[in-house]
Design a protein around this ligand. Structure first.
Ligand code: HEM
Length: 482
């Protein structure tokens, strides 16, 4: 696509030469760092907060993709830092008039506008957000993620100029034999997009997945970089929109590279979701094997749409001997169009319907690729033993990706021809009333009824800047006009 009068938009920069500017979180799930802590901070003194951010930068604690992809460079601890719109404003970062931040990020996930668009429950039930209007709690301005190996926490520069709104501790206990398991006991983090052109962090030297060598079903997960990293070509073959800010003038890097502030950044859609383990166990135990279910799956597995060990429901109930094959290169339309095996309303089939929503397999895959999320959250456990998921989805278009998935699929009571039911795991529809999950083909009753299994207690949208932009934010001197 040609952008008249905007020469910087003609060519995307080479992803390979930008990997030292892209925050590590976009290139890796950081699986070798099993302990984590997420802090939501509100800025009390912008000048002191900038000095603290500057210290994180100069100590090299905010790692890049280049460091995590090369196993020899992998740091033993690292941070990711992201800012809400209110946070950027508080730090004196002023949007350029011609290239403002998009509406969803500007309004904030905690706003009542987003609440109604996302079909969420009232925001006064949340305990924190990126907007100050929620429950009288100060707005989260900064999201600081910190990962380190299991064991004693490594120290960071003391927080200055900020106050903690919320602290959520990721719990290493949720790693089982090296694999992430969410608090209900399911393998998690399996179905992830493979970013085209980005080196995998598995130690192989190949520059990103070579689509031509993959099976067609595996190619379904190879997604254009511009869906997750700002400034690159997306699934429409257009450069993802890059906002700019006043006073930003980076050293030029490569010909015609988009040189705006947001290049190499991403938006994080964050939700803190409590999980009710007793309610889940009672539900799963009560209907251990759902009679007549062709998959021979438990109620919990039908609700999730995967087996607990991560295998798709179309695989045999008893795993063959040897390592578990949690294959992700499967589709629904060919083996299971009507959802007799993987229920159409199950969590995974709603959050990524794969090939089912188009006129045929190819159009279904094409449209699903426009709504993929890169999931980087971690399960948490609090001192009072309550557990849940600190959910983080990275994307470049909040409205087309995170918000679409939530509004049209997860929270949609009429999704895929179903009636008056939403996602059985994270749906909010009728949360206080009876909730149902349709199971096509069951002779006895069409639905499983289930209690509310989760409660969302907070959320926000954060901009994860590239490292040059991060240093710029830390050093901006002008105080915002208040
Ligand atoms: C307590 C909260 C949640 C838990 C415990 C949870 C758990 C899981 C599990 C076990 C899987 C299957 C394994 C995998 O493919 O990685 C999965 C897949 C997925 N989840 Fe969630 N999830 C939660 C919240 C959410 C939310 C809020 C969203 C979106 C807004 C979401 C989006 C997805 C997506 C996109 C997939 C991949 C589906 C696929 O490609 O097949 N999840 N989740």
């Amino acid at each position: 696509m040609h952008h008249e009068g905007d020469p910087t938009m003609i060519l995307a920069p080479g992803l390979d030469e930008q990997q030292d500017d892209i925050q590590a979180l976009l290139g890796s799930g950081l699986g070798w760092l099993k302990a984590s802590r997420f802090r939501l901070l509100t800025i009390t003194d912008p000048a002191a907060a900038r000095r603290w951010l500057g210290e994180l930068a100069t100590k090299g604690l905010v790692a890049s993709v280049a460091q995590v992809i090369d196993r020899a460079l992998r740091p033993q601890q690292l941070c990711a830092v992201a800012f809400s719109h209110a946070g950027l404003d508080r730090l004196g970062v002023t949007p350029a008039e011609d290239f403002p931040f998009p509406t969803a990020f500007r309004s904030g996930q905690g706003s009542s506008l987003r609440q109604s668009l996302l079909r969420d429950p009232p925001r006064d039930e949340w305990q924190w957000s990126d907007c100050s209007e929620v429950a009288g709690v100060a707005a989260a301005h900064i999201l600081l993620g910190h990962w380190w190996p299991d064991g004693a926490e490594l120290s960071l520069p003391a927080l200055t100029g900020v106050a903690t709104v919320r602290e959520v501790n990721g719990c290493p206990r949720f790693f089982n034999r090296g694999f992430l398991e969410e608090p209900f006991g399911f393998r998690d983090g399996l179905s992830q997009p493979l970013i085209l052109g980005l080196r995998p962090d598995d130690g192989s030297a190949a520059p990103g997945p070579a689509p031509s060598t993959l099976r067609p079903e595996a190619r379904d997960h190879v997604i254009a970089a511009g869906e997750f990293i700002l400034g690159y070509r997306n699934e429409y073959n257009e450069l993802s929109y890059c906002p700019d800010v006043q006073g930003w003038s980076p050293p030029p890097r490569g010909p015609a590279a988009c040189s705006r502030f947001a290049l190499n950044g991403s938006y994080l859609a964050v939700r803190e979701i409590e999980q009710h383990v007793e309610a889940y166990r009672a539900f799963d135990r009560g209907r251990a094997q759902v009679a007549g279910c062709p998959a021979g799956a438990s109620a919990g597995e039908l609700m999730m749409g995967r087996r607990r060990d991560g295998r798709p429901l179309t695989s045999p109930a008893e795993p063959p001997p040897g390592p578990v094959d949690t294959k992700n290169d499967f589709r629904y339309r060919v083996e299971d169009a009507q959802g007799f095996i993987t229920p159409p309303g199950s969590h995974v089939r709603r959050s990524n319907p794969r090939d089912t929503l188009g006129h045929d397999v190819a159009s279904g895959i094409r449209s699903a690729k426009l709504h993929r999320l890169l999931r980087r959250g971690r399960p948490f456990r609090r001192d009072d033993q309550s557990v849940g998921m600190f959910f983080i989805a990275c994307n470049t278009d909040l409205e087309r990706q995170f918000e679409f998935v939530l509004q049209r699929w997860i929270h949609n009571p009429g999704f895929a021809g179903l009636e008056q039911q939403d996602d059985p795991l994270v749906g909010e529809y009728g949360a206080r009333a009876r909730r149902n999950l349709s199971l096509p083909g069951l002779p006895a009753g069409q639905c499983l009824s289930l209690a509310s299994l989760t409660t969302t207690v907070g959320g926000g949208y954060f901009f994860l800047p590239g490292l040059r932009a991060f240093k710029f934010i830390a050093q901006v001197r002008a105080e915002p006009a208040r």
